[in-house]
Design a protein around this ligand. Structure first.
Ligand code: SF4
Length: 361
């Protein structure tokens, strides 16, 4: 298949692995930021192909995993109300809240619907003027433009029964939080290619300079990741710390400027709580003043609700690259994809789920 097989070619992968082995002279820890990259690494055994000097740790780039417990609880509270149609992408339905998940709300009669686009939720709002329609807007910079467009469209049509429960987070502040942590062990990053396809690469330049770390914008196929590792190791071995773009087939330096413009119009940057990590300053989007009437937290009076996370789940340490999933005592025993204790075991992009699925124990 064009554009898939080419990036999974075993002979080319072995060549890249050999080039990495020739280049590396001492131990380095690299973090892939995105959960999609984590899954590719574990699924294709990329980490096992690398020389022992290179340790890959898994970053906070799974949007389902970093959505805080209290936002899941808020979603459940809103979805449980009569007269509400709660719309979400399917992967949020099994994420555990404090005592249940959205799927159990649906099972007990709540109108919880899986949609494939936020504009589907706008359409549902159009068709149901007597009901409140809420879309669960979760994700990084990648999914934010479509959600911004949904609000923009609802505003233009005067749809007053549509709102967003917003849980958008931003990658560069999370990278900074990891680098400034006293337990940081990361020497270089494979940044998420799809985020940079929207936002461009400029935001990473000051981080690479300030913390003297190479940041390689990387794709998601095995050869992308191996090439990203090679580029990162070359920089580390040469003492360089630059932003480089491996994913040139999708990422331009300036990113997608029309998408950035709609983000500027509809959202504003605010501090956000990350599940397992805590609050990171200026690390997410909230609705801009002009669109605050579309804020579901305000509309349903749940903005002040707070919840404490389970002390047993160490996903916060996993999302910062300090621990790996099989180092959690609950992994594969008290915590499995069927009975998850934490979000990194629920999501398809979660590191714990990847280790469980591909039997890294
Ligand atoms: S295995 Fe389960 S309990 Fe342990 S860190 Fe992962 S999600 Fe949390």
């Amino acid at each position: 298949m064009k554009f898939i097989d080419e990036y999974r070619d075993p002979a080319a992968a072995r060549q890249l692995a050999a080039a990495i082995a020739r280049t590396v002279t001492r131990p380095w820890t690299l973090m892939e930021v995105c959960g999609g990259q984590t899954h590719a690494i574990v699924k294709f055994g990329i980490d096992e192909l690398l020389p022992k000097e290179i340790r890959l740790v898994h970053g906070p780039g799974c949007p389902v995993c970093v959505t805080p417990l209290e936002l899941i609880d808020k979603a459940i509270q809103i979805a449980s109300r009569p007269g509400v149609i709660f719309c979400s992408f399917g992967d949020m339905l099994r994420v555990p809240g404090s005592d249940r998940d959205l799927l159990s709300v649906k099972a007990s009669g709540g109108d919880v619907r899986i949609v494939y686009s936020p504009l589907d939720a706008v359409q549902i709002a159009r068709e149901n003027p007597g009901l409140e329609v809420v879309f669960f807007a979760v994700g990084f910079e990648t999914t934010a433009p479509a959600n911004a467009m949904a609000v923009f469209q609802a505003e233009r049509e005067g749809l007053r029964n549509f709102s967003l429960l917003v849980s958008h987070v931003l990658v560069p502040p999370a990278i900074e939080a990891i680098l400034s942590s006293p337990v940081n062990c990361v020497n270089g990053f494979l940044a998420a290619g799809h985020v940079c396809a929207i936002m461009g690469t400029a935001e990473y330049e000051p981080i690479a300079q300030k913390y003297h770390v190479p940041i390689i914008v990387t794709g998601f196929e095995p050869l992308d990741i191996l090439q990203g590792v090679l580029m990162c190791i070359e920089q580390l071995e040469q003492g360089r710390a630059e932003v480089e773009n491996q994913y040139v087939r999708a990422v331009r330096t300036k990113g997608n400027e029309p998408a950035q413009e709609i983000l500027r119009q509809v959202f504003r940057v605010i501090s956000r709580k990350w599940r397992g990590v805590g609050e990171i300053p200026q690390s997410g989007f909230g609705l801009a003043e002009k669109y605050s009437a579309f804020d579901a937290e305000q509309r349903f009076g749940v903005a002040d609700y707070h919840a404490e996370e389970s002390s047993e789940c160490m996903s916060g340490l996993i999302l910062q690259g300090v621990k790996r999933p099989h180092e959690c005592p609950a992994f594969g025993t008290r915590c499995t994809p069927e009975r998850p204790l934490g979000a990194t075991m629920v999501s398809n992009e979660g590191a714990c789920a990847a280790y469980y699925r591909y039997r890294r124990t």
